[in-house]
Each structure stands twice: as structure tokens, then as C-alpha cells.
Design a binder for this molecule. Structure first.
Ligand code: GRF
Length: 196
């Protein structure tokens, strides 16, 4: 059994509230881990500012000509940055592109993602809006292993969030994010205790 802090690399495209929740759990001793590197495909992403404010190495990736994936050479360089930083587990936190072979092959079953719905319901973009428009009574969030599909990897854990009368997509997303901020650190903490 491997021991010691989980060595995490976090990749995100947005404001970084899930990264912040993970960093807080580490600081408060609820999660035995260290974030060794934060990467973003968006040089203006809040996740980079949040990481730097905490003294964590943070870098933007080179611009890509694609919107939903990276060029293989950029993804290969991304994977190498993670390996150079001695990252062992890759945590996707609001990363908006598909993961392809260069990263999947270097981190087999070592890439996790959080998605704002109860998968397999509502994969893809704006899952909270999809849930609202489908008028389901319960949605939530899912942490899953990442495979080559879109939000198709094996589910690790889920948290339910009921829809309320008068919910908008935005109000639902706000409550789902509260659930995400509890679930992701909890899953990582369980991983730290059970990994081999
Ligand atoms: C979260 O809702 C997550 O489920 C989705 O993207 C959002 C990222 O939010 N994949 P943040 O950047 O962590 O605040």
C-alpha cells in the first residue's frame, strides 16, 4: 500500500472553486494530499490566480486551435509537465476539453473528474441547465474516473441535490457546487486511504 500525501495535479478552465475546496481540505487536515501543479488551458482562468495566491505552481498551456480538445503535442507537453512535477493523480476541476491518449496513457486510471449531474444523466455542457429543463426532481454531482468518452468513465461517488420550486439553472448550479466542494475532497481522502 502506498503511503504519504497524494501528489495531485489539478487542471481547470474556470474559476477554480473545486480546486479551492481541495486546497482548503488539505490545509485543514481533512485530506492528506499536496497539489504539486495547477494547469489551465485558459490563461485568464481564476484557478491560476487562486493557486498562485496559495503559493502553488500554476501555468497556462499554450493556445490551442481547437475548442474541445488539445493538439496531441500540447497534451503530450501537459502530461510531461505533470510527470516532471511528480504528479501521481490528475484531478480535473472544471476542465472543458476532452482528455485524449497522451494523458490517458501516461496516467491510466489516475485521472478523476467532477461533473455537475448524476451521471449517466446529463453528460456534456451545462448539465445543471439540462437537469432544470428536463424538470427532474433530483440532480447532483458525480466524481468519476476519466476515460476517452465524454463523462462516461466509471463512477466513484455521487451526491444528490434536490431541485426546488422556482429553481433557475443558475440557482441549481450554485447548490450543486456546494455539494461538489464537499464530495471531491471526500473522494480524494478515501483514495488517499485506499490506494495501492
Ligand atoms: C463544476 O460545476 C464542475 O462540476 C464542472 O465545472 C465546474 C467547475 O467549477 N466540471 P469550478 O471552476 O471548480 O468553480
Amino acid at each position: 500500500m502506498t503511503t504519504g500525501p497524494l501528489k495531485l495535479g489539478v487542471i481547470g478552465s474556470g474559476k477554480g472553486s473545486n480546486f479551492e475546496a481541495i486546497a482548503l481540505a488539505i490545509a485543514e487536515g481533512r485530506l492528506c494530499a499536496e497539489v504539486r501543479l495547477v494547469l489551465s488551458d485558459n490563461p485568464r482562468a481564476g484557478i491560476l490566480d487562486k493557486a498562485r495566491a496559495l503559493g502553488i505552481a500554476a501555468e497556462a498551456l499554450p493556445a490551442s486551435k481547437f475548442r474541445t480538445k488539445l493538439e496531441p503535442e500540447i497534451e503530450t507537453a501537459l502530461a510531461q509537465k505533470l510527470l516532471d512535477a511528480e504528479v501521481e493523480w490528475v484531478v480535473l476541476a472544471g476542465y472543458m476539453r476532452m482528455i485524449k491518449a497522451p494523458l490517458l496513457e501516461r496516467f491510466p486510471r489516475r485521472i478523476l473528474n467532477i461533473h455537475p449531474s448524476l451521471l449517466p444523466a446529463f453528460p456534456g455542457l451545462e448539465a445543471w441547465r439540462q437537469a432544470c429543463e428536463a424538470r427532474v426532481s433530483v440532480s447532483g454531482c458525480t466524481v468519476h474516473w476519466v476515460d476517452a468518452g465524454m463523462d462516461t468513465g466509471e463512477i466513484i461517488a455521487q451526491a444528490e441535490v434536490p431541485l426546488l420550486a422556482g429553481d433557475t439553472p443558475e440557482s441549481l448550479h450554485a447548490r450543486i457546487q456546494v455539494a461538489e466542494h464537499a464530495l471531491y475532497p471526500k473522494v480524494l481522502s478515501e483514495l488517499a486511504a485506499t490506494r495501492r
